[in-house]
Write a protein that binds this ligand. Structure first.
Ligand SMILES: C[S@@+](CC[C@H](N)C(=O)[O-])C[C@H]1O[C@@H](n2cnc3c(N)ncnc32)[C@H](O)[C@@H]1O
Length: 167
């Protein structure tokens, strides 16, 4: 078992997460390739994915609507007030990656992408979880992004809980 597989296994087994081990291992491997220094996660819950990012990325900022999960910013990711708080924290710095996994209804998914993609550096990674969950309308965002020329789709796993990578 390599280092990334080990980190993901621990993240999934020690900390509850809804991630699939194959998808998370693949994504964590892609992330490790860019040796990220600065990352953003929206949506922490019990911290399974945060555990993984913190071991791959030097510095992680987190946003969650619930203060119970001890985010860097406790706030609604759909609110511009939260975006302003993030701007005050990061200043001119840009993220190597963002992982969008907060509210899964259409407005939440759309706004997470709209508001937080601007914080990613050129060549960085934007990943969204659950993009193929039809009942949450996430496929609408997925379709928009797929058809958008701005982003190059690096890889996608067409499964129910898919992660999508964009450069
Ligand atoms: C699916 S869980 C995240 C799971 C975690 N990323 C993982 O894979 O282990 C969704 C999280 O998003 C948070 N959340 C839901 N709506 C939100 C919103 N509008 N803004 C910020 N966080 C939100 C919830 O409190 C919850 O912690």
């Amino acid at each position: 078992m390599n280092r990334i597989e080990n980190i993901v296994k621990n993240g999934i087994e020690k900390i509850e997460t809804e991630q699939r081990i194959d998808e998370l291992t693949w994504f964590a491997g892609e992330l490790a390739k860019i040796n990220p220094a600065f990352g953003l996660e929206i949506g922490i819950y019990k911290g399974g994915t945060r555990y993984v990012w913190e071991r791959i990325c030097k510095e992680l900022i987190t946003i969650d609507i619930s203060p119970d999960y001890h985010p860097t910013i406790a706030g609604d990711a759909r609110d511009l007030e939260t975006v302003d708080k993030l701007k005050r924290i990061v200043g001119d710095r840009k993220f190597d990656f963002v992982f969008l996994d907060g509210d899964h209804m259409y407005e939440g998914v759309y706004k997470e992408f709209l508001y937080y993609s601007q914080f990613v550096k050129d060549g960085g990674i934007i990943a969204s979880h659950d993009i193929y969950i039809v009942q949450h309308d996430c496929e609408v965002l997925s379709k928009q992004v797929w058809e958008c020329d701005t982003y190059q789709v690096l890889h996608a796993i067409v499964l129910c809980c898919a992660l999508k990578l964009m450069l």
